[in-house]
Ligand binder design. Structure first.
Ligand SMILES: C[S@@+](CC[C@H](N)C(=O)[O-])C[C@H]1O[C@@H](n2cnc3c(N)ncnc32)[C@H](O)[C@@H]1O
Length: 266
């Protein structure tokens, strides 16, 4: 997955992920832990500002991500583990791969804040409506866009996300998908999102720019009325990640939606 395009249909298949997480070789994606995109230290300022530690959080497609792209330690924590260590109280982790869910359950038996369930994000019917404050997605919508049923499966996932989020809850999406690919998808889910948008260069680029010491660089960018990047905007790092902080609209505010500045809605 890179540049918003799907490089392999495999990323949408449970069998691929089970094999990857079962593999003992790093080349197969196993043999340790792999963090896609950004790490907790880089995301922390945004998360702490937007998601209180008392929130009930759902981690979509949790995988087994470790915290530092600069460390190869098998013991390094994954995003959810870092969050729990940082005071987050209730994180439900789901993944389609039963292999990774069993691995993570075993690894985190002593962290009661972390729960694990094998589940397909296209059907989260075990969760009640409006039962989460925040849904975190680091690379899972991107995987769904590689599935045989894309984009329908991805839209089903987004409908489910909107259903299980409480009004004003947050869907925080970290993706390779630029607004021209992701905004139409977000708009299809039957939910009005009020979105703040950020661009974050890859950890490798950030490290290069800061001459070795990783320096998180996160730039807030105002999207156009159509939810697109400003036409003259140039990405510093072409492999940058995009972060969409999507607030679910409050039904109590719906009467005023037609009066809302369209620039604020995507
Ligand atoms: C790109 S990886 C990201 C893993 C983790 N979020 C991270 O940042 O390191 C995508 C994850 O989505 C999971 N996944 C793919 N399709 C899924 C589906 N339909 N339902 C639930 N999880 C899925 C995969 O098993 C994999 O762990």
């Amino acid at each position: 997955m890179s540049g918003g395009r799907c490089k392999s249909k495999d990323f949408g298949a449970a069998a691929y992920w089970d094999a990857r997480y079962s593999s003992v070789s790093p080349a197969g994606g196993g043999g340790g832990f792999f963090d896609w995109y950004q790490t907790y230290p880089a995301l922390r300022p945004l998360l702490r500002a937007r998601v209180p530690a008392s929130s009930r959080v759902l981690m979509l497609g949790c995988g087994n991500s470790r915290t530092s792209p600069f460390s190869c330690s098998l013991l390094a924590p994954m995003l959810s583990e870092d969050m729990a260590n940082d005071g987050y109280e209730d994180i439900v982790n789901i993944d389609i791969s039963s292999v990774v869910i069993e691995q993570m359950k075993e690894k985190h038996t002593d962290i009661p804040q972390l729960k694990y369930m094998q589940m397909d994000v296209r059907d989260m019917s075990v969760f009640d409506n409006e039962s989460f404050d925040c849904v975190l997605d680091k690379g899972t919508l991107d995987a769904m866009m590689c599935a045989d049923d894309a984009p329908d499966g991805a839209s089903k996932m987004l409908e489910e996300v909107a259903r299980i989020l409480r009004p004003c809850g947050i869907y925080l999406l970290i993706t390779y998908g630029a607004p021209k690919e992701r905004v139409p998808l977000l708009n299809k889910g039957g939910c009005s999102w009020k979105t703040t948008f950020y661009i974050m260069p890859t950890p490798e680029y950030q490290s290069k720019m800061s001459e070795g010491a990783p320096q998180p660089i996160m730039e807030e960018v105002a999207l156009t009325k159509d939810g697109q990047l400003p036409p003259d905007y140039v990405l510093k790092d072409p492999e940058s990640h995009f972060i969409y902080v999507c607030h679910k609209s409050n039904p109590a505010d719906r009467v005023n939606i037609k009066d809302t500045d369209p620039e604020e809605m995507i």
